[in-house]
Design a protein around this ligand. Structure first.
Ligand code: SF4
Ligand code: SF4
Length: 113
């Protein structure tokens, strides 16, 4: 049983929250799309990548997308742009770029499509 009485937590004002965090239910991280915090974005060079999956193992946000044992992209709804994948990639296949510039370029490409 929880040490905290959180029955009516949804009605609490910010003043009632104690210092520190409460996780009322475990295993819910995937429900929170925290990629919006990202200021930097990873970009993978398909030519350099040999699908060793080191980035997949080390990504703290489980944001490397793998299909049939091959890296196919990044889950940008959860990637925080920490750069660990780029730092650890043995083939320098991941570049970290400015998120705002990447998003702007993506929007332009969508507009031109
Ligand atoms: S660590 Fe680098 S080479 Fe290995 S799968 Fe990831 S991007 Fe590809
Ligand atoms: S930048 Fe960080 S969170 Fe994003 S894919 Fe790479 S290791 Fe994962």
């Amino acid at each position: 049983m929880s040490k905290w009485d959180i029955k009516d937590i949804n009605n609490w004002s910010w003043k009632k929250h104690p210092l520190g965090a409460i996780i009322p239910e475990a295993g819910t991280a995937a429900n929170y799309k925290t990629g919006g915090w990202r200021a930097l974005r990873p970009i993978r060079d398909e030519e350099k990548c040999n699908h060793c999956l080191i980035c997949f193992i080390l990504c703290p946000d489980t944001s490397i997308i793998v299909e049939d044992e091959k890296v196919t992209g990044f889950n940008l709804q959860h990637c925080k742009g920490c750069g660990i994948c780029a730092y650890e990639c043995p083939r320098d296949a991941i570049e970290i770029v400015d998120e705002a510039e990447a998003a702007s370029q993506e929007n332009q490409e969508r507009g031109n499509a």
